[in-house]
Design a protein around this ligand. Sequence first.
Ligand SMILES: [Zn+2]
Length: 208
Amino acid sequence: MYPKPLQNLIDLFAKFPGVGPRQATRLVFFLLKQQNGFASELQYGLAGLSQIRQCKLCFRTIDQNGSDETLCILCKDPKRDHNTVAVVEKESDMQSIENTHIFHGLYHVLDGVVSPLDPESPKRLHLRELHSRITKLLEHSHKAEIILATGSTTEGDTTALYIDRILTPLKTRFPDLTITRLGRGLSLGSELEYADEITLKSALTNRK
Ligand SMILES: [Zn+2]
């Protein structure tokens, strides 16, 4: 058993995805050995997390920094195409699409995937918000394209199907709603954030 402060930290680190108790211990001892203010820099970084909020439209993170801002810079940008919304699993996927520089619409971050084995999983995602957002968008502009930009994994496909099923009924009221899926090119089983730029560009261009 380690001294309590160390053990507490080890238990905390072990909660990170992919980090087991052994690796957590290694990290904590690494921290202990660091000098030159590394630990206080880390402390400062962690404290900064408290000013992070989510954009109330797309659910990406924003640095609120004392302001009462509720929308991110993309959602506020009049030069973006507000009638095209790419639905992504996580914020890093959004960043990968941004890096291609060929997409000028907005995003919707789900914060996870629909798991075929977990019937509760849809409730944890921003799906209800997606539905009401798209409904409002259609009531306003009568035209929208929703790009299902989830990964080509089993979960990614299940998620895309699920969203397609909840948004398709809107087509009876709004015939100019198009729902597309990223084209082939993304290799089977791949997550968006690991796709290279050229592959992602072609998947975006070849959406159907
Ligand atoms: Zn936003």
